[in-house]
Ligand binder design. Structure first.
Ligand code: GLN
Length: 445
């Protein structure tokens, strides 16, 4: 059914970069045989999934939507893929994204843009735009995305689906192609909050292959699906509802807070005083880490190699031809911020601001259980609207970026429409408290 749906709609939506029809059918048939033999099935038995193309899949092309990896076939699986396999999920293909996850619209894919199923003239958000669009268009039941500065939550918001970024360290990053290693986190994109709980259950946990994955017990996430939020204490940062936030988005968020109040939760307006610096801070730290991580694409070890007379030229030509403009911009920004003489003024300063942002949240979590606001300042914008203006594109991440800088878990869930386009509500939780985030989200849904 999933493959049929993809055949029917993906020519318009263009959520997939690669389909693995053969692999999917083989797996589905094997599951069928196990069912017939009366064997017990895993948590995600037979559920079709789309996987963002920066998660490595053994024997299935993994491009990061970049020309430099256009023909790269990994020889191993990301830990999340082994875990999904163990849970009996069925991957049907790899989803489109902004090149190396750098972007907020999926227009930075080196291959083609994905379209928003709600309005094909609009972007699905990004960078996990293919994953969100595939779920919204009914092509798969769930997808995996990655979130460095909002890339799971913002596309989920734009496509009217659920997107969960777990706490940094909750899910293994082994086999996730690194963008900004101190921020990257894999998470589910689903139609419902319950589905997000099931998928997180399957992929969470400590992994000896990822030294930054946390050895923290994974609770039973279905315990969050109660509908009970009586006494829940909600903080609403005034910075997330102020200037630059679309009026329709603001209204939907305030209405959502009324729903929480009617369910017995309490909310108060608070302040996150360093929010104003989050975007600047992120756009120093993320490109710095990216410039270092992307040094490995030298034409020797991975992917495409350009013709040249000598080694240096080969590096230069490979990287000039292989990377798109946004990736080059980030490498230049990051290399500059890390260079001697500038390191203290930019990178080190940004790290200090990051600590202040983290402390803002810590202070709130002494008195509140969750922080609520919009996921993105506006609903989905038109294709092409922001491509020539990177700064406006960066400012779109204003509500999601602080969460990555602080390493917190957060979910985006649909909370109505503005001018006919889906609006996302963001619920942010304490470190490793995905349970409360899911509980609040489920009660609202
Ligand atoms: N839009 C942000 C960026 O371009 C976030 C991307 C992400 O989370 N991968 O860096």
């Amino acid at each position: 059914a999933s493959l049929q749906r993809i055949r029917a709609v993906d020519e318009q939506v263009k959520a997939f970069l690669t389909l693995d029809e053969e692999g999917a059918l083989k797996k589905a048939n094997a599951l069928d045989r196990r069912l017939a033999a009366g064997e017990a099935g895993g948590l995600l038995f037979g559920i079709p999934a789309g996987i963002k193309d920066n998660i490595v899949t053994k024997g299935v092309r993994t491009t990061c939507a970049s020309k430099i990896l256009a023909h790269y076939e990994p020889i191993y699986n990301a830990t999340v893929m082994d875990k999904l396999d163990a849970a009996d999920a069925v991957m049907v293909g790899k989803t489109n994204m902004d090149e190396f996850a750098m972007g907020s619209s999926t227009e930075n894919s080196a291959f083609f843009p994905t379209r928003n199923p709600w309005d094909l003239e609009r972007v699905p958000g990004g960078s996990s735009g293919g994953s969100a669009a595939a779920v919204a268009a009914g092509e798969v039941v769930f997808a995996l995305g990655s979130d460095t500065g909002g890339s799971i939550r913002q596309p989920a918001a734009y496509c009217g689906v659920v997107g969960l970024k777990p706490t940094y360290g909750r899910v293994s990053r082994f086999g996730l192609v690194a963008f900004a290693s101190s921020l990257d986190q894999i998470g589910p994109i689903t139609r419902t909050v319950a589905d997000a709980a099931y998928v997180l259950q399957a992929i969470a946990g400590h992994d000896p292959y990822d030294s930054t994955s946390a050895d923290v017990e994974v609770p039973d996430y279905t315990a969050a699906l109660t509908g009970d939020v009586k006494g829940l204490k909600i903080a609403v940062p005034k910075e997330y509802l102020g200037d630059g936030i679309d009026e329709g988005v603001r209204r939907r968020v305030l209405e959502a807070l009324e729903v929480f109040a009617s369910l017995g939760a309490e909310w108060e307006e608070v302040s996150l005083p360093h929010s104003d610096y989050a975007v600047a801070c992120y756009y120093l730290i993320a490109p710095s880490e990216a410039s270092s991580n992307l040094a490995r694409y030298d034409g020797v070890r991975y992917g495409v190699r350009a013709e040249a007379d000598n080694l240096l030229d080969m590096y230069k030509q490979t990287r000039s031809q292989g990377f798109g403009p946004e990736v080059k911009r980030r490498i230049m920004l990051g290399t500059f911020a890390l260079s001697s003489g500038y390191y203290d003024a930019y990178y080190l300063k940004a790290q200090k601001v990051r600590t202040l942002i983290k402390r803002d949240f810590e202070r709130l979590f002494e008195r509140y259980d969750v922080v609520i606001g919009p996921t993105a300042p506006t609903p989905a914008f038109k294709l092409g609207e922001k491509v020539d203006d990177p700064l406006t594109m960066y400012l779109n991440d204003i509500c999601t970026i602080p969460v990555n800088l602080a390493g917190l878990p957060a979910i985006s869930i649909p909370c109505g429409f503005s001018d006919g386009l889906p609006v996302g509500l963001q619920i942010i939780g304490k470190p490793f408290d995905e349970l409360t985030v899911l509980r609040a989200a489920y009660a609202f849904e």
